[in-house]
Write a protein that binds this ligand. Structure first.
Ligand SMILES: [Zn+2]
Length: 173
């Protein structure tokens, strides 16, 4: 693991609200743009640079997104919206075989990245809301379209575990 570089990360990130779906996102300040993971709206950094706030490092970025999301959830909905957005994780058991990694290189790589990401998340949080995974995935080059199946797969393996309060924890094997 690259714990040293992880902790020393001083990359500036912009935290901003998606103009379309109102969810909070982060983007590397040096990046040109960012596609919203939830609604698909593309944001150009130069046009949102005055609407957001800056933090240094991916850990701070994730924390800030989490904080803003929690505030948004409490204000607008009375609860955290991401639990619904990401689905209930109710797994159709018969489908699990199809979800299993099918051996092609890219999905193996994505699975490895997902595992690495879970490890990093578990180093940051004992338990966490599921949207942390959405928020972090981008940093690991994991396509949003694969997140749900990866999460299901890792739940099936008992690595990603849903707790009674609908937060999640990671048990590495
Ligand atoms: Zn959006």
């Amino acid at each position: 693991m690259e714990d040293a570089t992880w902790k020393k990360d001083e990359t500036p990130y912009l935290i901003f609200e998606c103009a379309k779906c109102k969810q909070y996102l982060y983007v590397k300040a040096t990046q040109k743009g960012k596609k919203c993971l939830r609604c698909g709206r593309t944001h150009t950094v130069s046009t949102i640079i005055n609407t957001g706030e800056f933090v240094n490092g991916i850990t701070a970025a994730v924390e800030m997104v989490k904080k803003r999301q929690d505030e948004f959830g409490k204000k607008e909905l009375g609860h955290t919206p991401e639990f619904r957005a990401f689905g209930d994780f109710t797994v159709a058991v018969k489908k699990l075989k199809d979800i299993a990694v099918n051996g092609d290189e890219s999905s193996e790589d994505t699975t490895r990245q997902f595992r690495k990401m879970l490890f990093e998340i578990s180093a940051m949080y004992k338990k966490f809301p599921i949207y942390i995974i959405e928020v972090m995935a981008d940093n690991y080059g994991i396509p949003a379209s694969e997140l749900k199946n990866l999460a299901k797969n890792f739940q099936k393996q008992g690595i990603l575990i849903r707790l009674d309060d609908y937060s999640y924890t990671v048990k590495m094997k």
